[in-house]
Design a protein around this ligand. Structure first.
Ligand code: FRU
Length: 504
């Protein structure tokens, strides 16, 4: 009997090990925790050769709750290794979103031995003051530190470090401002659509600098802001400041200047700029402490609060976007953010398929088949044309990514892509579209499909769309379409991609 039990247990653990990360819909080069719920990326920081990814995490289940900071590390931003929970919920205080800094000058005094450098996490403590009354909550800013490369954390004994006794006051993003030799924090008043700026010399005492907002998109609560310096493409030594923030289910950004106290947006009047025009990109923040000269790197939660709780996936729930580099580009006198997948993703490429100069009416199925694929395509749409590519195609189902010449819009349509019925709200998010510009009459798309997530970079990265989809695993077809045959597909390059999971 005992022997039978041992055999059964051995078989079971073998099975769970080999099936981990291979479950239906599990992305292979987008990070997701092995199991349980995740939302926002938190505390993105590079330190001692590791990229840290902390994230909002429920250690106990597959839905939002018990918010703590989960933790993963990577050497290249592509393969991730999940580590134990870094900062757990404690008592009545959940650990909400925030950021992480490397305190090189030991401003907070947490490093005690010579040569030690502290990592300091700055996050929102979400305090439940009265477990009976549901809305009796208080949010304030707290810190914790680690002296062992983020493996173990100590909460600061005099927390909170910034407390306005407000119900909603959250998501501190902190960075070192070298010209003033001081820390700067951005943190939001969600309902008021305000990003507040604070400064500190030691991460423990904070003083108010200025308010930004309301501005741009105020159609939803503001969350997760980030202020950073972004290099201008092709102009070495030139930078602009960018303020990013989340708005309920989407994000926006402002380009402008920051003088150490006030951020001033230079966005043209009324123009709302978004880092992502798809349904599934939220709470994006950038890395702190990257090596000198590296481009800023942004990661978002590839999800949407409207239906995130009901995604048809198990045992994890929630994934991160691919990390994306950021630059500013001036196009026709307008400054924009341009994003590209981090170059290291190229390591995952398998053998390339290439096609060039194709013209046809209707559809053309490619020989390559995969739900784990990268595609670069350039097409020259004819007038009154609509053209593009269908992914995860099979049995009449597909995700459609197309350009409509008559409206000059790029669109992603997931209405016929697979399971769309897991939450009623998903039906309101079946199509995303955004105006894009032809470049010498050409449209260039850089597309990644990873089982249940597609990221589309268009216009050389000025426009990005992130969309989840839940296709039948058998539907791996890739099909070009051209509505009236005037499109010339100049070039299609396609690479099936390897899995990026580091086995534990
Ligand atoms: C954004 C957010 C943050 C908050 C966290 C809680 O998605 O609502 O404002 O800190 O999630 O999990």
């Amino acid at each position: 009997m005992l022997a039978a039990c041992i055999v059964t247990i051995a078989l079971f653990s073998q099975q769970t090990n080999t099936s981990l990360y291979k479950e239906k819909y599990r992305p292979q080069f987008h990070f997701s925790p092995a199991k349980n719920w995740t939302n926002d990326p938190n505390g993105l920081v590079y330190f001692n050769g590791e990229y840290h990814l902390f994230y909002q995490y429920n250690p106990f289940g597959n839905g939002w709750g018990h918010m703590s900071w989960g933790h993963a590390v990577s050497k290249d931003l592509v393969s991730w290794k999940e580590l134990p929970v870094a900062i757990p919920e404690e008592g009545n205080t959940m650990i909400f979103s925030g950021s992480c800094v490397v305190d090189k000058y030991n401003t907070a005094g947490f490093a005690v031995k010579p040569g030690q450098v502290a990592m300091v996490a700055v996050y929102t403590g979400h305090n439940n003051l009265d477990s009976i009354k549901k809305d009796s909550t208080l949010q304030n800013q707290q810190i914790a530190y680690s002296l062992d490369n983020g493996r173990t954390w100590t909460k600061y004994k005099d927390n909170p470090v910034l407390d306005l006794k407000r119900k909603d006051f959250r998501d501190p993003k902190v960075f070192w401002y070298e010209p003033g030799k001081k820390w700067i924090m951005t943190v939001v008043f969600p309902e008021e659509h305000i990003v507040q700026l604070y400064t500190s010399k030691n991460l423990k005492q904070w003083s108010f600098l200025s308010d930004f907002g309301p501005a741009g998109d105020i159609n939803g609560i503001w969350e997760c802001s980030d202020l950073l310096k972004v290099p201008v493409k092709g102009k070495p030594g030139r930078y602009k400041w960018v303020l990013l923030n989340s708005v309920s289910t989407t994000m926006q950004y402002f380009i402008g200047e920051f003088d150490g106290k006030i951020f001033r947006s230079e966005n043209a009047n009324g123009k709302i700029l978004r880092p992502d025009y798809g349904a599934d990109f939220y709470a994006g923040i950038t890395y702190n402490n990257l090596p000198a000269g590296a481009l800023p790197v942004l990661i978002g939660w590839a999800n949407n609060w409207s239906y995130a709780g009901n995604l048809p996936v198990f045992p994890w729930k929630g994934i991160m976007s691919m990390p994306r580099t950021l630059q500013i580009q001036e196009i026709n006198g307008v400054q924009m953010l341009v994003q590209n997948p981090v170059p290291a993703i190229k390591k995952l490429r398998r053998a390339q398929t290439q096609l060039s100069n194709i013209q046809f009416t209707g559809t053309k199925k490619l020989d390559a088949e995969s739900q784990q694929v990268e595609i670069e395509m350039t097409m020259d749409p004819g007038r009154e044309d609509s053209c593009g590519i269908r992914l995860a195609a099979g049995n009449g189902k597909y995700l459609s990514i197309g350009y409509a010449e008559y409206t000059q819009e790029l669109y992603v349509d997931r209405s016929n892509s697979g399971d769309t019925g897991f939450h009623p709200a998903f039906k309101n998010w079946l199509q995303s579209k955004v105006g894009i510009m032809e470049n010498n009459n050409k449209i260039k798309l850089h597309i990644f499909l990873d089982k249940s997530i597609a990221e589309i970079f268009a216009d050389y990265g000025q426009v990005v769309l992130t969309e989840q989809l839940f296709p039948d695993e058998k539907n791996k077809g890739i099909i070009l379409f051209s509505k009236n045959g005037k499109t010339v597909f100049d070039s299609i390059k396609l690479w099936p991609l390897k899995s990026a999971w580091v086995r534990k």
